[in-house]
Design a protein around this ligand. Structure first.
Ligand code: C2O
Ligand code: CU
Ligand code: CU
Length: 427
């Protein structure tokens, strides 16, 4: 439904039986019973109001990742929608075109609830992006990549995270599955023509990192990052993709003879988890799409008014590992920073392990890794950045949008649930 500048949507979170592994049924928890959830196509400048009805037996909270959203619609971990209740989430979408996603954010339970299926993609379009000659329509395709583990009967396996009687918890570094899914399907094949395609890659895994590459070779031409177009395309032969990151890339299948099968592989693994999906070039190309040398005006952020350091570290207490930021586990009543609305701050993220660090509300630019220049894959506006072991990553973040309480956390969802999350209050 539409009225004036607002579009209305309704979604029901419910359990459903779907076929993921051929010949078996998997019970998922999905938005509208789908895994992944329905793809939203939002328009910059048009407000979206999404009514979520919780048809599950557990509370939920839905977060629009990458959205510039007022705090009461941000999916705060304790802002719960109880079973049988509904909530209207308001997304003003006064932000540029970008590939966003939405997922559950319930305190202590985001990881198992996302694992069971509570996530999906939301594409925001605008005139600037529409007017570029990039591949469009059936040549503009989401690739939502995640891993899951399955029992013989097809049900998802999610292991216990906390040690208990008879339960060891070897999953401190996050839960990995041994089956890689793209848009909810294992090892899919996409038939393509010999022309350019735009792929919106999202790593929706709880904890798995990928390093994506085409076999037998070929360029992944990046045109967008987490939150929109780059200033200019960046040519990669391999792209590291951490949980929650998005990479908008163009692949030119005219580089391969018709009949070629091109595989998207994860070079961090071998065997089944090293293969993501296949493209089969089945006919000559017919699209005239190109990648222009200039994509968008991306202003360089400067003038930080404050510098803050956040140390992401595993500690221990009571014989258990704890996942902390500046020595503390998540406390909804505490605030670790109070940036002013409209200001730019320099935030430094230090870590002892791989932590994909994510900010709600504020988008940022990566300016340094260990005082060196950032990686090619750090370009553009981002909301999530991979911080590698014993590394310090510096970003400039702009706290635009709304006043109120937001979160900074590790997007390894198990780390997040185990406390690696803090509040900041935009004033
Ligand atoms: Cu995608 Cu607070 O998370
Ligand atoms: Cu987020
Ligand atoms: Cu982490």
């Amino acid at each position: 439904r539409t009225s004036g500048d607002t579009d209305y949507y309704e979604l029901t979170q419910r359990a459903a039986d779907v076929e993921i592994i051929p010949g078996t049924r998997t019970q998922i928890w999905g938005y509208d019973g789908m895994f992944p959830g329905p793809l939203f196509r939002f328009r910059s400048g048009r407000q979206a109001v999404v009514r979520i009805r919780n048809g599950l037996e557990v509370p939920t909270s839905t977060h629009l990742h990458g959205g510039v959203t007022p705090p009461d619609s941000d999916g705060y971990p304790t802002d719960l929608v109880r079973p049988n209740a509904t909530k209207d989430y308001t997304y003003p979408l006064r932000q540029r075109a970008a590939t966003l996603w939405y997922h559950d954010h319930r305190m202590d339970y985001s990881a198992p609830q996302v694992w069971r299926g509570l996530m999906g993609m939301a594409i925001v379009a605008d005139d600037e992006d529409d007017n570029l000659p990039l591949p469009k329509d059936d040549h503009d395709i989401p690739l939502i990549i995640c891993d899951r583990a399955f029992a013989d009967d097809g049900s998802f396996i999610y292991p216990a995270l906390r040690p208990g009687p008879g339960v060891e918890a070897p999953f401190g570094n996050g839960v990995l599955g041994d089956v890689i899914l793209v848009n909810g399907a294992p090892w899919p094949v996409l038939e393509v023509d010999a022309s350019k395609y735009r792929f919106r890659i999202l790593n929706a895994s709880n904890a798995r990192q990928y390093r994506l590459k085409l076999d037998p070779g070929g360029d992944l031409v990046q045109v967008g990052s987490d939150v929109g177009l780059l200033a200019a395309p960046v040519r990669h032969t391999e792209i590291p993709v951490s949980p929650a990151e998005r990479f908008d890339v163009v692949v030119d299948f005219a580089a391969y003879p018709v009949g070629t099968e091109v595989t998207l592989v994860n070079t961090l693994e071998s065997g089944d988890t090293g293969r993501v999906m296949r493209f089969k070039v089945v006919r000559p190309g017919r699209s005239a799409a190109t990648v222009p040398d200039r994509l968008s005006a991306v202003d360089k952020l400067g003038g930080p008014v404050a510098t803050r350091t956040f140390d992401f570290r595993a500690g221990s207490g009571d014989g258990m590992r704890m996942w902390t930021v500046n020595g503390e586990m998540f406390d909804p009543d505490k605030t670790m920073a109070r940036p002013g609305l409209g200001t730019v701050e320099r935030w430094r993220f230090a870590s002892d392990f791989h932590h994909p660090v994510h900010l709600h509300l504020a988008h940022f630019q990566v300016v340094a890794r260990d005082n060196q220049r950032p990686m090619a894959s750090d370009a553009g506006w981002k909301d999530t950045v991979e911080v590698r072991p014993y590394e310090v990553v510096e970003v400039l973040a702009r706290f635009d949008g709304y006043r109120g309480r937001y979160m900074l956390h590790c997007h390894n969802l198990e780390h997040e649930d185990m406390g690696m999350m803090v509040n900041f209050d935009v004033g």
